[in-house]
Design a protein around this ligand. Structure first.
Ligand SMILES: O=C(O)c1ccccc1N[C@@H]1O[C@H](COP(=O)(O)O)[C@@H](O)[C@H]1O
Length: 213
């Protein structure tokens, strides 16, 4: 069985990128959402993206971004994937995919078995899915809240698109989450931070090791 592929999201500096790559991450994520403590500017991301080693995919996370922003982003930052983490409709997913010629990963939050219907809908249009927690009440962020959820909703699902498990994962619980769900890809942000927006390199290493144990 190949290793579980890990995405370290919300990187903001060269050292964090190096730590993720050294640990064996398959993806690194840059967050473009001003309300997030992990927000990066297009200029900073352009500088960071060229430092990402070949073989590690660079993912831009955006939330209901318009074309003007995506035009600027894709013109300036060499990317491998766009992650849509807002309320983008299936039509918008198709549009972004066609216009920018990059694979699109659509985030879907699950809090009940009925939400799984969204998986079928977005599987028709997205290249990958990211299955995440519903944000806790009062949060300004649609993701990145470190909120553990009922992973049994994603238990042993043979969805037709590649998918990533996210939401409240940590070095301590990721092995259990992988075991429970059968996820072959996992995504983390808060669980590898020492404070909001500050990545901890040791936690990054521990997380990748635990995910692949
Ligand atoms: O990380 C953020 O700040 C963020 C902001 C807006 C939308 C999504 C965001 N993060 C994504 O959510 C998952 C789960 O985060 P966590 O591990 O529970 O903190 C993260 O991996 C990002 O893909």
């Amino acid at each position: 069985m190949p290793d579980v592929r890990v995405k370290i999201c919300g990187l903001r500096d060269s050292a964090g990128i190096q730590a993720a790559a050294d640990a064996g991450a398959a993806y690194v994520g840059f967050v473009f959402f001003p309300k997030s403590p992990r927000n990066v500017s297009i200029a900073d991301a352009a500088m960071l993206a060229v430092q990402v080693p070949i073989g590690v995919a660079k993912v831009a996370l955006v939330v209901d971004a318009n074309d003007a922003f995506l035009d600027q982003l894709t013109a300036n930052v060499p990317l491998d994937m766009i992650q849509l983490h807002g309320a983008e409709t299936p039509e918008r997913v198709s549009e972004v995919r066609a216009k920018y010629g990059l694979p699109v990963m659509k985030a879907i939050s699950l809090s009940s078995p009925e939400d799984a219907h969204q998986i079928d809908v977005y599987s028709q249009v997205a290249d990958q899915l990211l299955v995440d927690a519903k944000p806790p009440a009062g949060s300004d962020l649609p993701g990145g809240n470190g909120h553990e959820w009922d992973w049994t909703l994603a238990r042993r699902k043979y969805w037709t698109r590649p998918w990533m498990l996210a939401g409240g994962l940590t070095p301590e619980n990721v092995a259990r989450a992988v075991d429970l769900t059968g996820a072959r890809q996992v995504d983390v942000s808060s669980g590898v931070e020492s404070a909001k927006g500050i990545k901890d390199h040791e936690l990054i290493h521990k997380f990748v090791k635990a995910a692949q144990a």
